[in-house]
Ligand binder design. Structure first.
Ligand code: K2U
Ligand code: ZN
Length: 166
């Protein structure tokens, strides 16, 4: 299993580099990321969160872990509607905040075999795709909140990190 970076770890602010070769080594990373995501009960996971700064994220919004999706060098080509949704993030344990995002997105990416595909998503998958793509650009869901709220969240997580480190 891989270690998930926790806010305010500065490495979460890294802008990921495009993937140049979809090879077996990348597929090993993808498999380790799926194991980590399922183990953490996440519906998405960006490579940035496991300190791999490549443009790659995973999603599986199914109830029974039956719809694993891999997005390599993802680009959102269409956005539609607006939708405020309570979001969590594996890098912010126990923190939830309302974020407004597009309610429908079309994303173009490479799959785990390096084949290009395009997907139009709504609902939780649309939110997840936007949340994960932000991670690849070093953007976090708390960036959509007021500085006051963001600071309170930072202090809370830093205090918890100190307590758990003791
Ligand atoms: O930390 C992450 O990027 C993974 C998030 C992705 C996500 C955030 C908000 C909305 C959808 C997906 C984790 O899945 S957070 C846990 C979670 C689980 C179910 C539904 C929403 C959030
Ligand atoms: Zn996240």
């Amino acid at each position: 299993k891989l270690t998930i970076l926790k806010y305010p770890d500065e490495r979460l602010r890294t802008v990921a580099e495009p993937v140049t070769s979809v090879d077996d080594s990348l597929r090993d990373t993808i498999d380790a990321m799926f194991e980590t995501m399922y183990d953490s009960n996440g519906v998405g996971l960006a490579a940035t969160q496991v300190n791999v700064h490549k443009r790659l994220f995973l999603a599986d919004c199914s109830e029974d872990q039956s719809e694993p999706l891999v997005f390599i060098n993802p680009e959102i080509t269409e956005k539609d509607g607006l939708f405020a949704n309570e979001e969590g993030c594996l890098s912010f344990p126990g923190v939830y905040a309302k974020v407004e995002r597009a309610s429908k997105v079309t994303v173009k990416a490479l799959d785990r075999n390096g084949e290009e595909f395009s997907l139009t998503a709504e609902g939780l998958l649309a939110i997840c795709i936007q949340h994960e793509l932000d991670h690849l650009n070093g953007k976090l869901f708390v960036d959509y909140l007021s500085p006051l709220k963001r600071d309170r969240i930072r202090k809370k997580l830093e205090k918890e990190a100190r307590l758990s480190a003791v």
